[in-house]
Design a protein around this ligand. Structure first.
Ligand code: PLP
Length: 451
């Protein structure tokens, strides 16, 4: 009877539902989508299969998260066994073995001295967790007046009130009132006039980090708790750090006792050729926020990496008192831990982080071959991330990039992302050169045909 029920659930997941009305979709033009839906039914390796049976090549690892590709047997088995063994266990003043094992595994791949891990369920929760830890850290050290948080224009740090406040994407902010008080923003680092079509990191703009000195002058360092930036920002259309920028930011933070947080929800777990962008750039922040690739996207989970110094500052009070009044029912959830452990094994066994580095040069060549297509005004790449920026379209709603996205999905069997005027790419790290050829071949056709 249960097997029959299982068949029924599976059949439901593979066919288009009769009604799409009740699900209010996130970050979506709901009415438009429900007239022309795009529904995925199954996935394996580099491809999705749609409910109408088409094979769609995945150019964005789902949503920047399935770094090992789809349907990985090891993860499937780990999660299936775990749900049959221990479906849930609390981690408030109780525990089960897996989050301890997983945290040790994660600490081993994190840069020194970020050797403590706090578990969440998403990138947004990781960001809010890190911001709260920063505030409480200063208070624990007798510097409770350090309450100001600094983000950056064009930053995306999820949708919690903390992440939205330090974020710098106008549409994600303007509908929701005044947000957290005491937040300020650095200038963004996107400068097409100086850096268009640069390969890898832009040459110009390291001095933009000095904008932090401006904010220190304005507010005084003694009021500033932390700065949060994405080493490479994805959601605002792939904004890269100019050469030397992050190092300079680190120096200014050190000079003024300000914590530096890297939001690596996108760059974590191999996307730029190391476990973390911090390692690739040789700049160590005080905390790193992650999610997405941690479980290969299979079960929601986030992790915040915290330096020994920050962690230890919380461990000074009486041993019987809770050190951080923060956490989630599902922090260290057994299924998520099982998925993450199997994911880390997959990454290690297949050396996927190295692979991202090795194939990066071919990726760079291939994406820059699109520069002469109609309306292309910039191309950016780093690791296995890419962006093609198209000229804004005047006098008509919607962007050219969105047209390219729908063309790719419906006519070219290719999944890409768009944000504003930018086509963004972040394929699974398992891809080979022929996949790269297919991605850019199909994308080039779509850009030409929509022009
Ligand atoms: N931070 C960054 C840099 C992200 O790219 C994202 C999501 O794309 C988030 C935070 C939010 O993550 P989530 O959607 O899991 O809450």
């Amino acid at each position: 009877a249960h097997a029959a029920l299982g068949d029924a659930y599976e059949a439901q997941a593979r066919s288009a539902p009769e009604r799409l009305d009740a699900f209010w979709m996130p970050f979506t033009a709901n009415r438009q989508f429900k007239q022309h839906s795009r529904l995925l039914a199954s996935a394996r390796d580099m491809h999705y299969t749609t409910v109408d049976g088409r094979q769609v090549l995945d150019g964005v690892a789902g949503l920047w998260c399935c770094n090992a590709g789809h349907g990985r047997t090891r993860i499937i088995e780990a999660v299936s066994r775990q749900i049959a063994t221990l479906d849930f266990a609390p981690t408030f003043q109780m525990g089960h073995p897996l989050p301890f094992v997983l945290a040790e595994r994660l600490a081993a791949i994190a840069p020194d001295p970020l050797k403590h891990v706090f578990f969440t369920n998403s990138g947004s929760e990781s960001v809010d967790t890190a911001l709260k830890i920063a505030l409480a850290y200063h208070r624990a050290r007798g510097e409770g007046q350090r309450t100001r948080l600094i983000g950056r224009e064009k930053g995306y740090h999820g949708v919690g009130f903390g992440g939205m406040s330090v974020g710098g994407m106008v549409n994600n902010r303007k509908f929701f009132g005044p947000m957290l008080p005491g937040v300020d923003h650095l200038r963004h680092t996107l400068d097409i006039s100086r850096n268009a079509f640069s390969r890898g990191l832009p040459k110009h703009g390291a001095e933009l980090a000095d904008d932090l000195e401006r904010l220190v002058q304005l507010h005084d360092a003694s009021t500033i708790a932390a700065v949060i930036v994405e080493p490479v920002s994805g959601s605002a259309g792939v904004v890269l750090p100019p050469e030397g920028y992050l190092k300079r930011l680190r120096e200014i933070c050190d000079k003024h006792g300000i914590l530096l947080i890297f939001d690596e929800v996108i760059t974590g777990y191999g996307r730029v050729g190391n476990a973390f962008a911090a390692q690739r750039f040789g700049v160590t922040p005080d905390m790193i926020t992650t999610a997405k690739g941690l479980t290969n996207g299979s079960v929601p989970m986030g992790a915040v990496f915290v330096s020994n110094a920050i962690h230890d500052a919380f461990m000074q009070g009486p041993e019987g008192v809770i050190d951080l009044f923060h956490g989630y029912t599902y922090s260290g959830h057994p299924l998520a831990c099982a998925a993450a452990l199997a994911t880390l094994d997959t990454y290690a066994e297949e050396k996927l982080f190295d692979k991202a580095l090795d194939i990066g040069a071919f990726w760079e060549e291939s994406i820059h071959a699109l520069r002469d297509l109609p309306h292309v005004i910039d191309i950016r790449n780093f690791g296995l991330i890419g962006a093609i920026e198209l000229a804004p379209r005047e006098g008509k709603p919607g962007s050219r990039a969105f047209d390219v996205f729908t063309k790719c999905f419906h006519d070219k069997d290719l999944l890409i992302r768009t944000t504003g005027d930018v086509v963004a790419l972040s394929p699974p790290l398992i891809l080979d050169k022929s996949h790269i050829g297919q991605i850019f071949g199909r994308l080039a056709e779509a850009i030409r045909e929509t022009a």
